[in-house]
Design a protein around this ligand. Structure first.
Ligand SMILES: [Zn+2]
Length: 507
């Protein structure tokens, strides 16, 4: 078809320089232009933001985008401005004079994209501003980015997002699009219900990425060589994720000492240094960026050849998003996780701490439930990392997709032999029968001193028995263990337990 005969393709070419839509984009753009609500679940790298950007450009109107992170908004605005598209963001950190300029641009109908922090919608002045746009007929669409944040079932629930349910009521005639990279069926239903989407078009693309290969292994006590090897083998850009700001900085220094030109990025840095780091990442031919996981949302670099996590990710959903930042250009890319059982304890405690900070001293029922959910997600992620099945298959199962083994991950490609652990399982279950509710670590220490072997090996076996449903583990982050009735059954007549200790167990 000739470009000029297709106004949408024409606009795509003119504003973004692309000759074709990516899979899943066009139906969403068309639905919004027809005034229809949408739920778009498109994997990272599928070009979600284009779905709401293009309608504003085609209609020469305004799309308002609610986005959870200031850094994400700023990145998007900068990218649009580079393409000479009028965009701005409104959040707590915007100075007053910029807000005034923004108001003028809105009144003169010059702005195409306005990114809003969710709490801004609570402000009467913001609502008035949008009301004015609505009256003037310039409001083309509303978009809620990272829409899974509205669901308590999601991996990144944000109480601020709950208030977005009021959007539909404020702007009844404007189409609303909810977007997410990873929303399992339960979360999708939550999004549709909580945002009151009206007979939405539901556009879901598989989260499967055929060019990515996953590898997860136990982090050695000194992982530097392994990290350096992975960097040396990678093509294009490298993203290294560390959990805390401090470890981001430490690892940047370590890599620099090893002659890797690494750059740090985290939210605690000054905005100027953050900007420089971002520019370096986007322009350097082979940048190595060490960052906290928030980095990379909305960052536009196709040739990321390696995404390496230095700790266990917090949830399978989150990990799919983070690892999905690799290989957006469709070329082969690697996603590596180096983990240690202690990671889960640390993360578990961090979740506890953040939940109790939210709810002052005592936990309300929803808070407690949310914390338990976060602990379960963490446990599922650990089960995938320590598990014996295909990594991709297990990750996709966590977001409600059933696929065959990938043939590309470390498990599919390697061959690890299993050995029978039923004798040790009996010893462990007997100990637990005696000491109900014992924390995992003290149980492991006790078994090691009584029966030999390393405490590390016993704690690995405890976790595997949780995954085998012979033991229950508490959801409070303390990892207290209880024997289940299936465990008692196992004690009465044990069955073989072929487990692959492999790289998951130092023993
Ligand atoms: Zn596989």
């Amino acid at each position: 078809m000739c470009l000029l005969e297709d106004p949408l393709l024409d606009a795509l070419q003119r504003h973004f320089g692309w000759a074709a839509f990516r899979e899943g984009q066009r139906p969403v753009v068309e639905a919004l232009l027809e005034g229809r609500d949408c739920l778009a679940v498109l994997p990272t790298g599928a070009g979600k933001s284009l779905c709401y950007q293009l309608p504003a450009l085609v209609r020469e109107g305004l799309t308002v985008v609610v986005s959870p992170l200031v850094a994400l908004m700023q990145d998007q605005v900068r990218q649009l401005q580079r393409r000479r598209i009028a965009a701005a963001c409104l959040h707590r950190g915007v100075p007053n004079e910029d807000v005034r300029a923004l108001r003028r641009a809105l009144q003169e109908r010059r702005l195409r994209l306005l990114y809003l922090a969710p709490e801004r919608l609570q402000m009467e002045s913001t609502r008035q501003l949008l009301e004015d746009c609505l009256q003037s007929g310039s409001l083309v669409a509303l978009a809620v980015d990272e829409a899974h944040c509205i669901s308590a079932w999601g991996h990144d629930f944000r109480p601020d997002y709950r208030r977005l349910g009021a959007l539909r009521g404020f702007f009844p005639g404007v189409p609303l699009v909810a977007l997410s990279a990873t929303a399992p069926p339960q979360v999708r239903a939550d999004i549709i219900r909580l945002l009151s989407l009206r007979q939405p078009l539901v556009q879901v693309r598989s989260a499967r990425r055929l060019n990515l290969s996953y590898a997860m292994r136990r982090r050695p006590p000194e992982p530097l060589d392994e990290v350096l090897d992975a960097i040396a083998q990678a093509r294009g850009a490298v993203l290294i994720y560390a959990r805390t700001r401090r470890s981001v900085e430490e690892w940047t220094i370590r890599l620099r000492e090893a002659a890797v030109e690494a750059i740090a990025y985290h939210a605690g840095m000054e905005s100027n240094s953050r900007q420089l780091a971002l520019e370096h990442f986007q322009t350097h031919p082979r940048p190595v960026l060490v960052a906290t996981v928030a980095f990379g949302m909305g960052v536009d670099r196709g040739d990321v050849g390696l995404v390496l996590h230095l700790q266990l990710p917090a949830s399978p959903e989150g990990y799919l998003q983070e690892s999905g930042r690799a290989g957006r250009d469709g070329q082969p890319a690697r996603c590596v996780v180096l983990f240690d059982p202690a990671d889960r304890q640390r993360l578990g405690w961090a979740i506890r701490a953040s939940t109790s900070a939210d709810a002052s001293l005592s936990w309300s029922a929803p808070e407690a439930e949310r914390m338990a959910l976060a602990q379960r997600q963490l446990r599922r992620m650990e089960a995938i990392a320590e598990g014996e099945g295909c990594r991709e298959q297990a990750l996709l199962r966590a977001v409600g997709e059933v696929v065959g083994a990938c043939g590309r991950c470390d498990i599919c490609a390697g061959q690890r032999s299993a050995k029978d652990w039923s004798d040790q399982a009996v010893l462990l279950l007997e100990a637990l029968q005696e000491h109900k509710g014992q924390p995992l670590q003290s149980l492991a220490d006790q078994l090691a001193s009584k029966h030999g072997g390393q405490s590390d090996q016993w704690s690995w076996l405890s976790r595997r028995l949780v995954q085998e449903h012979l033991i229950n583990e508490s959801d409070d982050g303390v990892q207290r263990l209880w024997i289940r009735s299936s465990g008692l059954h196992f004690l009465r007549s044990p069955w073989p337990l072929p487990l692959q200790a492999g790289s998951s167990c130092a023993a």
